[in-house]
Design a protein around this ligand. Structure first.
Ligand code: NAD
Ligand code: UDP
Length: 318
């Protein structure tokens, strides 16, 4: 077995964080999950609570944290547009103050630190696919800015702590990811569509559905995050992590209706302000630096996610 490490996962009770905590526990590491439960749930990590190498603390990353660990995965931040726009000031604080607190911790205890950044740093991109060298097209004043600019500022802080204080950093730009442990009321497109389809309720497409996204299954993403953390210290990123299979939102709705055998209709709602029209990662860097690319097909990933929400729905009716 590899050496066991002490690892802090902020936002560990959320969708991605819960899978990451499980993977790190399975690898024999001591995992400390810190979460304020804004969007995360105890349910996501309940199955880890009995493990001797898992510990949970309620903590808001906008406040300093004093712990001793070898590695930090900084995931704390709501990721769904509905959730991060609910309290935009807190979203910016979580990204910016959270980054300062976690980088300060990493600096003091000489830990390696990985930031969960996002494809949102590219805004509504005019370059497709997006390579890491693209500086993006972000509206700094709009309703998505609390998240997009918060994450951009966090990246700036990571690189300044790297240059100024030699903190060992890794910046992952994560593209749309889906799978088990998303909340039914999360508000993101895959969970919305599946939950609606399973109840034979209309699927709501915002705009005409011609906007594109590229969806990565959670197991592939977790694999990439761990691989990135394990790279040599000269690998800082930013590095795109996502699945380059690009799909129109309309086609995703049709696919989910078909795969669930649903009787749902499709209805159209206005496109939210600043909703990006296209998004597809250029993952050349991840391929060459990490030797990684997603291996789960959209059909396999969706099948697992549909089964998960089917169980959640069945349990809610008991
Ligand atoms: P999520 O909302 O399910 O999880 C976020 C977690 O952070 C939750 O458990 C929440 O309670 C916690 N949190 C929020 N604010 C906090 C605070 N101030 N202090 C402590 N904990 C706090 O979202 P997710 O999809 O799991 O995303 C995890 C990370 O990955 C986020 O940083 C997000 O920006 C990034 N990301 C996700 C995606 C995606 O498609 N899922 C894409 C790009 C980037
Ligand atoms: N979307 C939609 N119906 C929904 C939820 C989202 O048509 O019920 C659209 C949304 O407008 C966007 C795309 O799906 O164009 C992806 O939205 P999501 O909130 O999942 O992520 P993001 O916009 O952050 O990529």
């Amino acid at each position: 077995m590899q050496d066991s490490k002490q690892i802090l996962v902020t936002g560990g009770a959320g969708f991605i964080g819960s899978h990451l905590c499980e993977e790190l526990c399975n690898r024999g590491h001591d995992v400390l999950c810190a979460d304020n439960f804004f969007t995360g749930t105890r349910h996501n990590i309940e199955h880890l609570m009995d493990r001797r190498n898992f510990e949970l603390i309620r903590h808001d990353v906008t406040f300093p944290l004093y712990v001793e660990v070898d590695e930090i995965y900084n995931l704390a931040c709501p990721a769904s547009p509905v959730k991060y726009q609910f309290d935009p000031v807190q979203t910016t604080k979580t990204s910016v103050h959270g980054a300062i607190n976690m980088l300060g911790l990493a600096k003091r205890i000489k830990a390696k630190i990985l930031q969960a950044s996002t494809s949102e740093v590219y805004g509504d991109p005019i370059v497709n696919p997006q390579p890491e060298s693209y500086w993006g097209n972000v509206n700094p004043l709009g309703p998505r800015a609390c998240y997009d600019e918060g994450k951009r500022c966090a990246e700036t802080l990571f690189f300044d702590y790297y240059r100024q204080h030699q903190v060992r950093i890794k910046v992952a730009r994560i593209f749309n990811t889906y799978g088990e442990n998303m909340r039914s009321d999360d508000g993101r497109v895959i969970s919305n569509f599946i939950v609606r389809a399973l109840q034979n309720q209309p699927l709501e497409i915002y705009g005409d559905g011609s906007q594109t996204r590229s969806f990565c299954y959670i197991a592939d993403l977790v694999d990439a995050l761990v691989k990135l953390m394990e790279t040599d210290d000269d690998v800082t990123g930013p590095i795109n992590l996502g699945n380059p299979t690009e799909l129109k939102i309309y086609d995703m709705a049709a696919k989910i209706i078909e795969m669930t055998g649903s009787k749902s209709d499709i209805v159209y709602q206005p496109l939210p302000q600043d909703d990006p029209m296209q998004r597809k990662p250029d993952i050349s860097l991840a391929r060459s630096v990490l030797g990684w690319e997603p291996t789960t097909t959209l059909e396999d990933g969706l099948n697992k996610t549909i089964e998960y929400f089917g169980n959640v729905y069945a349990a809610s009716k008991q």
